[in-house]
Design a protein around this ligand. Structure first.
Ligand code: PMP
Length: 295
């Protein structure tokens, strides 16, 4: 089932300012980021050699690290240049790119003020399939038992490793029941997001999406809201109660990996991917194309 393992591939990984052979990009088992979750990362996609929204992703990586109390030992420009050098050395045009930063091994305890901060960037091939017809059938989502936590309990705006613990649990539970992914509610019971993507609904031609007050305000989410507004569509960012889902006609997810993914089912709620989803899927594809042309 699994493909080529991620610790044994050909090519190079950028690690702490140097390119190292893929299989040598290792950390010690006593690494703070592994034990205590002091780790932040990004998920990006390169289309035809251009990393879509790279500036936004790098800025978020730096901001996520700051939220966890550390500064990256590289500037945004250095990180961005490393991306393109990596894609060149890997000879990739369509790829997923994964920058990651973590506290190292100098101190091993909850407190780790003096640990070296490490940064790595890896990329792997990920062709993009813009087969709208196939996508418009929509995926099926489970409803997770896990809830997005109260912002006072975790740094919910950081793209930090620790926040994904409940995402993996939710996704595994969903997959065990035959679903593609899961929708999570938040600590108040409002609709929040999927395990790695934001969620949108359509009702009578208007868009409704949860207010990202306790989860990631995705870069794709912001792009899609902008595209919707350009189309003259009304976008309501607000708290959404689960029962409201019975009155929504369309539903889709947004994320760097998910792009615009139509949803057909969430637990007992059914949706029919329609005109608004199709339009935004096409507009998102066009925005990626424009970014490539402009680069
Ligand atoms: N929520 C979560 C939990 C995610 O992991 C992601 C993917 N990074 C998103 C939302 C969507 O964010 P983006 O559009 O920036 O990829």
């Amino acid at each position: 089932m699994a493909g080529q393992p991620f610790d044994n591939r050909d090519g190079v990984i950028w690690m702490d300012g140097k390119f190292v052979p893929w299989s040598d990009a290792k950390i010690h088992v006593l690494t703070h980021g592994l034990h205590y979750g002091s780790c932040v990362f990004e998920g990006e996609r390169a289309y035809d050699g251009v990393v879509f929204k790279l500036k936004e992703h790098t800025d978020r990586l730096i901001a996520s690290a700051r939220t966890l109390g550390f500064d990256l030992p590289f500037t945004a420009d250095e990180i961005n240049a490393a991306h393109y050098e990596l894609l060149k050395r890997m000879n990739f045009t369509n790829a997923y790119v994964r920058p990651v930063a973590w506290r190292g091994s100098d101190e091993m305890g909850v407190g780790a003020q003096h640990n070296k901060i490490h940064v790595a960037i890896a990329a792997w091939e990920w062709p993009s399939y813009f087969d709208a017809e196939q996508r418009l059938k929509g995926i099926r989502l489970d409803i997770s038992e896990w809830r997005r936590p109260d912002p006072h309990t975790i740094p919910c705006k950081a793209k930090a490793a620790g926040l994904y613990m409940i995402c993996t649990l939710s996704k595994h539970a969903a997959e065990a029941k035959g679903y593609a992914d899961a929708l999570m509610f938040d600590y108040r019971g409002y609709v929040a997001e999927a395990t790695g993507a934001n969620i949108f609904f359509v009702k009578d031609g208007e868009i409704h999406t949860p207010d990202p007050d306790c989860f990631l305000n995705g870069i794709t989410r912001q792009t899609v809201i902008e595209l919707a507004k350009k189309r003259g569509l009304t976008v309501h960012e607000r708290h959404i109660m689960p029962e409201e889902m019975s009155g929504f006609q369309e539903c889709f997810l947004t994320g760097t990996a998910a792009e615009v993914t139509p949803v057909a089912e969430i637990g007992p709620y059914k949706f029919t991917p329609g005109a608004v989803t199709r339009q935004l899927l096409e507009d998102y594809t066009a925005a990626i194309h424009q970014a490539r042309v402009a680069a």
